[in-house]
Write a protein that binds this ligand. Structure first.
Ligand SMILES: Nc1ncnc2c1ncn2[C@@H]1O[C@H](COP(=O)(O)OP(=O)(O)O)[C@@H](O)[C@H]1O
Ligand SMILES: [Mg+2]
Length: 340
């Protein structure tokens, strides 16, 4: 019974966070908790119960448990500082650019930033119908109009007429967000925006329009975006001139890598796993993943699920050897081993 409730909770979180409803659900759900049964109770489960139990554990391992990395700390601290300062700023407000390679933890970090702010706002002002945070992703090959429509979609506005241009939509969106006291606007996947030279200027212009009409802190994220057309060019440079830049990337083989592995190891819910055995494999994990947090998280979670399905109940080097990661990590591991 309790197990089924857990499965249902995990299913609830699968809504996209790019709508107000999905975003609020993301804010409302606490990080996954899963209690392992004591060994005696585990051994006494009926076949039926065991299936449910394992299903819930698989769901637990499929789910992302966020480990607080130094990048998350830096991004959430800087975001908080800027938000506090901007709330009292009448002139140009400052923003934040989070830039780095694919799967380096950008989205995870900026969502945490948004989540912390929204939770703090709710604690301070319970029961208000504010929208403290907006989270949108730039649409592929997006025009300024398409980006404006992503905001409208987040808010659930009715479909706009085909005559409405980017500025009309932006005006409608800004009015709602001003009324709802929006403090933080997160624009993710900025590399999607089509940055052919002239369009780049249009986008910078449009973004600037949003920043000038909304008294909010803007957080931008994407793959190597600081050099993209949005932040170069005349208007782009004005936009970038008001932003701090935080870069994300692979982890060096260092203390923080071990802490990261340790953090992920504590999320394992397996019956025969030897605590600390994963940290002891930190070097192996670094070689396999090239220090990429996304590859590490995938390798560990996929291995844990295999350990449940096969009944070995432990994540070992032997098991992880059999788990595929992703093309980028695997080719970097091949380069590392052929260079030895
Ligand atoms: N702080 C973290 N703790 C645990 N796993 C993380 C963390 N940050 C990233 N990951 C893992 O890395 C994957 C890619 O992260 P994501 O934030 O989507 O990267 P990006 O936006 O840079 O492409 C996530 O799906 C998750 O598995
Ligand atoms: Mg991302």
């Amino acid at each position: 019974m309790a197990i089924l409730t857990q499965v249902r909770q995990l299913e609830d979180r699968r809504q996209p966070t790019t709508t107000l409803e999905g975003w609020r659900r993301f804010i409302d759900t606490d990080p996954a908790e899963f209690e392992l049964l004591p060994d005696d109770d585990w051994a006494a489960l009926s076949d039926h119960e065991r299936v449910d139990y394992n299903e819930a554990r698989i769901a637990h391992h499929a789910e992302l448990v966020v480990v607080t990395t130094s990048a998350i700390q830096e991004i959430t601290n800087e975001g908080r500082l800027l938000t506090l300062m901007n709330q009292r700023e009448n002139g140009a407000r400052r923003g934040l650019i989070v830039s780095g390679g694919a799967a380096t933890g950008k989205t995870t970090a900026i969502k945490q930033l948004g989540r912390f702010h929204e939770l703090r706002t709710r604690r301070r002002l319970p029961g208000s119908d504010r929208i403290p945070v907006v989270y949108v992703t730039a649409p592929p090959k997006g025009s300024p109009r398409k980006l404006a429509m992503e905001f409208a979609r987040f808010l659930g506005l009715p479909p706009v007429s085909s005559r409405a241009n980017a500025t009309d939509i932006a005006d409608a969106v800004c009015q709602i967000l001003i009324d709802a006291r929006c403090d933080i606007v997160v624009v993710d996947e900025l590399h999607n925006i089509n940055m052919a030279t002239t369009a780049g200027e249009d986008h910078s212009d449009h973004m600037k329009y949003f920043t000038e009409h909304l008294p909010a802190t803007f957080i931008y994220a994407g793959i190597e975006v600081e050099r993209s057309g949005l932040f170069t060019g005349v208007r782009g440079k004005q936009l970038a001139g008001r932003c701090a830049l935080i870069s994300t990337g692979p982890f060096p083989y260092h203390d923080e890598w071990r802490q990261l592995v340790a953090g992920m190891e504590t999320t394992l819910r397996l019956h025969r796993h030897d605590p600390g055995s994963l940290v002891a494999l930190a070097k192996y994990l670094h070689q396999r993943t090239g220090g990429m947090i996304g590859s590490l998280s995938h390798l560990i979670r996929a291995s844990a699920i295999r350990a449940i399905l096969s009944g070995t109940e432990a994540v070992t080097e032997n098991l992880m050897d059999k788990v595929r990661i992703d093309h980028a990590a695997e080719s970097s591991a091949r380069r590392a081993s052929s260079g030895r």
